[in-house]
Design a binder for this molecule. Structure first.
Ligand SMILES: [Zn+2]
Length: 155
């Protein structure tokens, strides 16, 4: 899933829940902010590694128990992983979801594309159209709120 869509999904969740939109967005950014640079400098072979590993639950759960900001941070992180799994399943590569088990399990034939190449590959895939639909739905909901007199992303 594209990074901006992760951020939008977290913002939408913040809008419809009682969780902090700011900490949701920070939490959902973390997996890519950590993993993409690690792969780009060659520290790891995959673009889904430590930040995308479900083994981080041992950190996320204690963070979630620290309070509302920690809970939003952990939920944002989990939302990112969930949406990345949805992306690989929708695009017909469900076996790639084993990235959740990194480093204990890794995809046997990962795409392993850097962000720019991934974007080119991704355009036109089923998940891409799902994302476009999501963006249009959010834009439509924002317009409805705007014309009804409410600020689109205000509280
Ligand atoms: Zn990701």
């Amino acid at each position: 899933m594209l990074f901006p869509t992760h951020l939008l999904a977290a913002a939408v969740l913040g809008r419809v829940s009682r969780l902090s939109p700011l900490w949701l967005v920070v939490g959902t950014a973390l997996p890519d902010v950590v993993d993409k640079p690690l792969a780009m400098v060659g520290a790891v072979d995959l673009y889904h590694s430590v930040g995308h590993s479900a083994l981080l639950l041992v950190v996320a759960v204690p963070v979630a128990l620290t309070g509302r900001a920690g809970l939003a941070l952990a939920v944002g992180w989990a939302l990112h992983l969930f949406l990345d799994v949805v992306h690989v399943v929708v695009n017909g590569r469900p076996v790639d979801a084993v990235f959740l088990g990194w480093p204990l399990a890794v995809p046997t034939e990962p795409l392993a594309l850097p962000p720019g190449s991934f974007f080119v590959y991704y355009i036109g895939s089923p998940s891409f159209y799902l994302e476009v639909t999501f963006w249009l739905a959010v834009a439509g909901a924002g317009l409805v709120e705007w014309y009804s007199g409410n600020a689109p992303l205000g509280r």
